[in-house]
Design a protein around this ligand. Structure first.
Ligand code: PLP
Length: 413
């Protein structure tokens, strides 16, 4: 445990990524059709100007406090700590943010940016519907038109979120191409953006896609780690020893990790979805089973076959079920700064029940992957070590699916 005299004792030195070409080492970049180059440059400039504008930052901070409910608590999980018998465990409670997950941090920031750019219309892609709901919420709040692209397969599986988005005043457009899931919805959103870029901003939901999206999303999510750092200093007077977060595209993990990335003593583990196990081919563990490749405008680790065709993925948690991972994670994996592990479906479902019973918190199935890995690691750590686990979202959305796994297929909640 590293004791500190003040919060700013070890301030972050300048961090050089992304570089001027939008790269994180060999990863990231801007691999897009010519027609998207100009909109992305315009977005990069508009974002840099907003970032430096105290009025924009003050407006965002006021919404974060009064609308989203930030800061979210950093909660000492006493019973979980006693159960594991190792390090002290804190949970960063993003499940308590408005709409029930961290995604609102990025959606709100980007919709506010779009408004500052004079855009009248927002488009977004969504897989399970969580990013779509967060974007629809921010558009209702700020009075912008919103259209969300969603694969028809996903619309069928996530009817409740489709209805939520429509309640919030958004148009939900089904995508019938390809596997009718998230990657097809992203393709369609990009096509729309090229055509309507004059009045439209595309809100991308995680630290993925062409530069500057991974940077913008990282900035809006890094409030998670900034708060956690101040809150832990207040409660324990030190830095954490270990951070654990689940990794879909990687935005909640980057959100927690980023403020600590130059603190060499703070270890970090990102947890991917192991599905039925990487050896079965039915998983979304890009670092365990992927190769370096390109998807949706960025170089990163990708699950693809020998011909470069994107492979199908599987996870019990829809939010982790994607064939690529944010380029900055690929960079951290390569340098060894962050360790990446995976948890399988059944391990996540066990962790889902464990924390419900021990702490009275029903977590999102995504977050349960982080808890599942903590089950393996925390018991081996000294008692005076401190671990922060990012509880990226709440589990209300997952209860009926969990019931089918726990009670059997006939459970119909
Ligand atoms: C979408 C989602 C994730 C995965 O996305 P990241 O960009 O990796 O954070 C994780 N947890 C919850 C609750 C989500 O809704």
């Amino acid at each position: 445990m590293q004791q500190l005299k003040s919060l700013s004792e070890t301030p972050n030195a300048p961090y050089p990524y992304p570089d001027a070409r939008g790269r994180y080492g060999q990863f990231g970049g801007r691999y897009v059709p010519e027609t998207l180059m100009h909109p992305l440059q315009e977005l990069e400039e508009a974002y840099a100007s907003a970032k430096a504008d105290p009025e924009f930052q003050a407006t965002l901070a006021a919404f974060q406090a009064n609308y989203v409910g930030r800061p979210t608590p950093l909660y000492f999980a006493q019973r979980l700590t006693e159960h594991w018998g190792g390090a002290k465990v804190y949970l960063k409670r993003e499940d308590l943010a408005h709409t029930g997950a961290h995604k609102i941090n990025n959606a709100l920031g980007q919709v506010l940016l779009a408004k500052r750019m004079g855009k009248k219309r927002i488009i977004a892609e969504t897989g399970a519907g969580q990013h779509g709901v967060a974007t629809a919420t921010a558009c209702a709040l700020l009075g912008l038109d919103c259209e969300v692209y969603m694969g028809t397969e996903d619309m069928e599986r996530q009817k409740l979120n489709v209805f939520r988005m429509r309640l919030l005043g958004s148009k939900v457009t089904g995508v019938h191409s390809g596997t009718k899931t998230l990657k097809d919805a992203i393709n369609e959103a990009m096509r729309d953006w090229v055509t309507n870029v004059g009045d439209t901003h595309y809100v991308l939901g995680t630290v993925e896609g062409p530069h500057p999206y991974p940077l913008i999303c990282r900035d809006f999510q890094s409030i998670i780690g900034r708060e956690a750092r101040a809150q832990l200093f207040e409660q324990e007077g030190c830095l954490p020893d270990l951070l654990i977060a689940c990794v879909g595209g990687g935005s909640n993990a980057i959100g927690l990790f980023f403020d600590f990335i130059l603190e060499e003593k703070v270890k970090m583990i990102g947890v991917e979805a192991g599905g039925f196990g990487p050896e079965t081919g039915q998983h979304a563990a890009r670092f365990a089973g992927g190769v370096i490749g390109m998807l949706h405008g960025a170089m990163s680790y990708v699950l693809q076959d020998a011909n470069g065709q994107i492979k199908g993925t599987h996870s019990v948690s829809a939010g982790l079920d994607y064939a690529s991972v944010g380029p900055e994670h690929a960079y951290w994996r390569t340098t060894g700064r962050v360790e990446y592990a995976y948890a399988n479906d059944n391990e996540a479902l066990d962790a889902f029940q464990l924390i419900s019973r021990l702490e009275g918190i029903i977590p999102a199935l995504e977050s349960a992957h982080a808890i599942a890995h903590a089950c393996k690691v925390v018991p081996t750590l000294p008692k005076d070590d401190i671990v922060i686990i990012n509880l990226s979202g709440r589990g209300d959305k997952d209860v009926s699916q969990a019931a089918r796994f726990i009670l059997g297929e006939e459970a119909n909640l």
